[in-house]
Design a binder for this molecule. Sequence first.
Ligand code: MN
Length: 381
Amino acid sequence: MISAEDLAQLVTSYNPKSNSDMIIAAYNYGREKHEGQFRKSGEPYFTHPVAVAVILAKQKLDDASIITGLLHDTIEDTESTKQEIASLFSPEIAMLVDGVTNLTKMQLGSTATKEAENTRKLLMAIAKDMRVMLVKLADRLHNMSTIRAMTPEKQAQKARETMDIFAPLAGRMGMQSMREELEDLAFRVLNPDGRTSILRRFITLQKEAGDVVENISTDMRHELAEAGIDASVYGRAKKPYSIWRKMQEKELSFSRLSDIYGFRIITKTEADCYRVLGVIHQRWRAVPGRFKDYISQPKSNGYRSIHTTVKGRDGKQVEVQMRTQQMHDVAETGVAAHWSYKDGARSENPFTVDPVRWIRDLIEQFDTEEDPTAFLEAVKL
Ligand code: MN
C-alpha cells in the first residue's frame, strides 16, 4: 500500500498546486476510521480506499476527487459523518463522499426494467457532480480486480452489474480504457472458458503469423515517413471481451473474424489526420462502410477521431484510428478530462465537453423516452 506521503507526491507530480497537507490528513483520518476493519481477502480495509485514490490519481484528477477516494467508505462503514468531513476537510468533499455513499446504498437489480430505472437513478445522483461517478467507477474497478475473495454468487452478481450498468456508463462518459478494463474483469467471472479460449487463439495465431502488430506497425511507420508525416503508431490486439462480443454479433468463429487488431496513429495536427488517412488508403484497401469521421462530426461525449478499416495483404482486416494528442486524451479519459490537471491548472483541452451539459442532455433524453428499456439500450450503445 502506497504511503500518505507518496500519494501526495504522486498528485503533486501532475498538479504542483495540490494541497499535500490535506491529502495526508485525509489519508490518516481514513486509516484511523477503518482501523480494525478487514477486507474479505484478509487485508486491512484501508488498502481499498487507498487503491481507489491511486486509480483516480492516475486519471490526474483534482484534490477533492482524490480525497473523496480516500474517504468514500467512511460514512457507510465507520462512525464518521457528513458534518464531520465537512468541518475537517470541506463541504465540497463532504458532498462528494455523501454522493458516493448514496450510490453504494442504491439497490441495483438485474431485470431489464429495473436496470433502466437504476441507470436513470444513477444519472440523477451524479447530475450535481459527476466526480461522484468517477470515484464510484474507480471503486468498482478495484472491487472487480479483487473479486476472487467473494462467494461465487456475489462474484456473478457484481460482474453482471458491472457488465450491464457500469461498463456501458463508463463508455458513455467517454472513458474507453475504464470501460474495457471493467468489461474484461466482468468477462473473466461471467465466461472464464470463453475468455481463455480467445487468449489461446491469440497464442496460436502468433505462432503461425508472427508478431502481426509489430509487422503492420513497422509498415505504417515506413509509409508515414515516406510521406514526410510526423506521427506515432500504436498497435494492439483487441481485448478478449470485445472479440467475443463481435463473434456473437456476427456469428463468426475466431478464425473468420477479421478485425482483431487495432491501430492508432497520433498526429501533431488535425490536418495531419486527413493526410495520414490518405496515406493509409493509398497503401491498403479500405473496407466499404467502415469509414467514420468523428472529427468533423464529434460524438456528444467529446470524442473525436477518424476511423477506417483496411485490408492487409493476407486479406485480414485491421481497424485504424487517427487523432491528435489532445483528441486522444479526451478519448481515453472522456468527461473526466474536465477535472484533470496539468502543471497545476485544469487542463485546457479544447475538446473536453462540459459534464453538466452532457449529463443534462442524457437525462432529458431519458425523460422523453417512453420505454425505459429503450433508453437503457441507448445508454448501452
Ligand atoms: Mn469502496
